[in-house]
Structures are given as C-alpha cells and as structure tokens.
Design a protein around this ligand. Structure first.
Ligand SMILES: NC(=O)c1ccc[n+]([C@@H]2O[C@H](COP(=O)([O-])OP(=O)(O)OC[C@H]3O[C@@H](n4cnc5c(N)ncnc54)[C@H](O)[C@@H]3O)[C@@H](O)[C@H]2O)c1
Length: 439
C-alpha cells in the first residue's frame, strides 16, 4: 500500500520555457483535468503536441482521425496531433479470426452475467494483441516526435488516460445499478468484482489506466536518453485518484468516493511511477480530487466532496476572491436555499456513521453498500434540486476551480518532484488558488 503523501507546500520551481516540448498523452476534453496542465505549458511558451486514441469504424476496427476531425482536435489543443490511433485496452482486440473480449461478453444478459464464465486463456491472448498494438503505435508516435525535439530541450509528458469499460449493453445496465441504483435497483459492486465479467473489466482498466503510463515511459527511453545527454530534462506526470483530504469537522480528513472500481488500476499506476522513479526516471502520479468531467459524470455523488472546498478557500487566505466564489455559488441556488444550509447538509452527511465507515484508507477501494447508495445518491439528488438550473451546478464551478489549481501545482512540482506519488488535497489547491487570485 502506498503511504499517504500529500503535497503541503506550493512548488515554486519552473524548468520549462519557450522551445521546450509538452506532450499530452490522451485526448483533451472541455472539462478534463488535462486543461490545467495545457494552460501552464502554453503560458510557459512550450510547443504543445498531442495524440489521438483514434476512432472506431462500424465493424469495430480502429482508424486514424479524418482531416476534419484532426483539424478540430488540433485547434482545441493548440498544437499538432500525431494521427496514430493510441486507443488502449484490449476489449476489441483478438488474434485474427478469434472472438474479441467484447464479442465474448456481448451475449451476456442481466439475468446471466453473474454466473457466466469466460475463457481467460483466450482473454490473455487478446490482451497480448492489444498491448502489442498499443506499444507499436507508441513507437510510431515517438519516432515522429523524436525529429521535432531539439537537443538539450526539456520535455514534459502528461499522461491523462483512464478508462476501459467495454461497450456492451449489459454493462450499461449493470453500471446504472452499481453507480446510480438505490433501493430495489441497488447492486453491490462486489457482485461485479466477483464475476468473470468484472475480472475482465478490471484487467482492461489496468491496461488503459495504469500500464499505458509504463508503455509511455518505456517508449520514450531514446528521447529521454538523448535529452539527458545534451543538457535537457524529461518529466512524466499522471493523474491518479486515491481519495482526497477535505474539510470535515474543521479538519482536513481523508475521504473517498465508493465504490471506485478503478481503484486497483490506480494503485498499479502508482506502482508504475514508483518503479520508474527507482530507475532514476522523474515520473509522478498526482492523486487529484473528485471533480465533474465527461469521465466522472456516471458516478452520482462523486461531486459531493467538492462543496467543502468553499470553506477551504476562505480558510487558506482566499479573502475577497473567496467571498466572490461564495456569491457566485449562492447565485446558482433557488431563492430560499442558502449556501450555509447546503454546507451544513454536506457536513452532516460526512460525519454520519455511514460515511465514516468508508474513511478507511487501508481498505481502499471498499465495496459499496445499499445504505451508502441511499445516503450518497439521495444527498446528491437533494442538492441538485436546490439549484435554479440542473445544468448550472455549484459543482461545475468548483470543478473548474480545482482544475485551475492543479495545473500550476503539477506543472511546477514536476520541475523538481519530491516523490513518485503525491496527493493534491483541498488545502494545497485552495492555497494555490488564493495565491493566483491575490495577484
Ligand atoms: N474526474 C475526477 O474526479 C478525477 C479525479 C482524479 C483523477 N482523475 C484522472 O484524471 C485523468 C483525466 O480524466 P478526467 O476526469 O479529466 O476526464 P476526461 O474524460 O477529460 O479524460 C479521460 C482521458 O482518458 C483518455 N481515454 C479514455 N479511454 C481511453 C482508452 N481506451 N485508451 C486511451 N485513452 C483513453 C481520454 O482520451 C482522455 O484523455 C484520468 O486519469 C482520471 O482518472 C479524474
């Protein structure tokens, strides 16, 4: 188990400057965490490059982006994108003429999936095909990138990949029960983890969320070695999740969203960084707070831990700017609903016996329970109902702030990183935001 190692002081060093190279290893979406780092790279005058995961044809085969898709993605990133599909995972891979894992599970039904078995010898062969495809694609991208980096430059590789849920109808229905279900519709995450379907999905998470970081580090060994020999430095960052310290009962306390089914994969990501670090590579996983993005919207209640950030903003010296954030958030609530009442409700939720049970770092990632789902999803629904517009939520505002705070923290810490795994909790994010906005 990784020791809990939060970043406590705002990093000040910056080795990156004009002419240095920033590579985003994952696609950039509107609300995604990676925007924070891309903004910093742009401010530093770095040359920005990106990749694509590619797109699927109707028959499931992977293709590069069309000219139009590429132009849109490059405009969005503000940099050139290497148009080689870097879709990770093996859910649609298989030795020629044999079924893919997606084919194997597509016959499963809501009635049968818990007892349906899978041939893991075949699945392992599919995994090998997927890994080879991905590593070959990394090699192609890096040979294109190689020629674009001048000797002696500093290079920042920002990994942002996470995912791996296979696209089959039955899993959508299962996910709706595990992450959104209450009462009769509740499903324990344990039933998934104990099933063959769950075992396959966890293997795919490991590939997409964790091992892509390892393949990135391995696939850039030549660039790293050339830069280091010519006076440049190379850094790697990845976004982790392993719970977050937020203000509960007046103190910063570790808490987590449950069930975080990708938890094992995120711990493998941490181990991949630790192994690279032990070999002298400056690779750091930054465990970041829960925010609302394209990827996290499915987890109802994950956003609840964001609210105490408002209190942290005041506590960490946010001053008039913090007051303005409170006013902006208050204005999103219907008349008659106060932000103070909302925060009191969140505090009651966090100090409840049900939630306390899950503040167990050593046991992470714990299974969900019916009582947890009832409380968490119920609180989430009730708080959403307090808003004027369900599409303009306080948690959208707070997610954007967290993203803004993590950008400079990760960018500067990566210049002289203290360790391979660091937590960015609400305290340091609030301090960083207060610093940015007091200028
Ligand atoms: N949202 C949160 O609450 C939260 C909290 C802590 C850490 N993170 C991490 O931050 C990172 C970015 O996520 P985000 O929440 O900003 O969402 P996002 O949807 O913006 O980013 C997800 C990223 O994963 C990539 N991806 C998805 N499936 C892939 C596949 N099969 N192969 C290769 N790449 C794939 C996408 O291209 C994209 O870059 C992820 O590692 C995520 O786990 C998110």
């Amino acid at each position: 188990m990784t020791a809990l190692t939060p970043l406590r002081n705002i990093p000040q060093v910056n080795i990156f400057r004009k002419g240095d190279v920033f590579v985003l290893f994952g696609e950039l979406f509107g609300r995604g965490y990676a925007n924070g780092l891309v903004d910093e790279a742009r401010k530093a005058g770095m040359t920005i490059y990106g990749i694509t995961v590619g797109r699927r044809n109707e028959d499931g085969s992977l293709r590069a982006l069309t000219d139009e898709e590429l132009a849109t993605a490059e405009a969005n990133l503000g940099g050139k994108i290497f148009n080689v599909p870097l879709m990770a995972g093996f859910d649609l891979d298989a030795p020629a003429g044999t079924p893919t894992p997606t084919d194997m599970i597509s016959e499963m039904t809501l009635k049968s999936w818990q007892t349906d078995t899978l041939d893991f010898t075949h699945i392992e062969k599919c995994r090998e095909v997927g890994v080879r495809r991905f590593k070959d694609a990394v090699a192609k991208v890096m040979s294109e990138l190689e020629g674009k980096i001048k000797d002696g430059s500093n290079v920042f590789f920002a990994h942002t990949m996470a995912g791996g849920i296979p696209k089959v109808k039955v899993f959508l229905a299962i996910a709706n029960r595990i992450y959104k279900g209450r009462g009769e519709r509740f499903q324990s995450s344990r039933t998934l983890v104990d099933s063959d379907l769950g075992r396959l999905i966890l293997m795919n998470f490991n590939e997409v969320t964790a091992n892509t970081f390892k393949y990135l580090i391995e696939g850039t060994a030549a660039i790293r070695s050339r830069m280091e020999k010519t006076g440049g430095q190379v850094r790697y960052t990845a976004y982790g999740y392993h719970g977050t310290e937020i203000l509960i009962d007046g103190k910063y306390q570790w808490q987590t969203y449950t069930n975080y089914t990708q938890g094992q994969a995120k711990m493998l990501l941490e181990q991949n960084a630790e192994q690279a670090w032990a070999q002298g590579v400056k690779a750091t996983v930054f465990n970041c707070p829960e925010i609302r993005t394209n990827s996290s919207d499915i987890f109802v209640g994950v956003e609840l831990s964001l609210f105490p950030l408002l209190t942290a903003l005041k506590q960490e010296g946010g001053g008039a700017w913090a007051d303005a954030q409170w006013n902006a958030c208050q204005s999103l609530l219907q008349p008659g609903n106060s932000l103070e009442d909302l925060l009191k409700r969140i505090e009651d939720y966090n100090v409840s016996d049900t939630m306390k049970t899950f503040r167990n770092y050593a046991a992470w990632p714990m299974d969900n329970t019916a009582a947890l789902a009832d409380l968490m999803i119920g609180t989430s629904d009730a708080i959403t109902d307090m808003h004027v517009d369900r599409k303009a939520l306080i948690t959208d505002h707070l997610s954007a702030l967290v993203l803004e705070g993590t950008g400079p923290l990760m960018f500067h810490e990566a210049s002289a990183p203290a360790s391979p795994v660091l937590w960015l909790n609400h305290d340091i994010i609030a301090k960083q935001l207060a610093l940015i906005h007091s200028k």
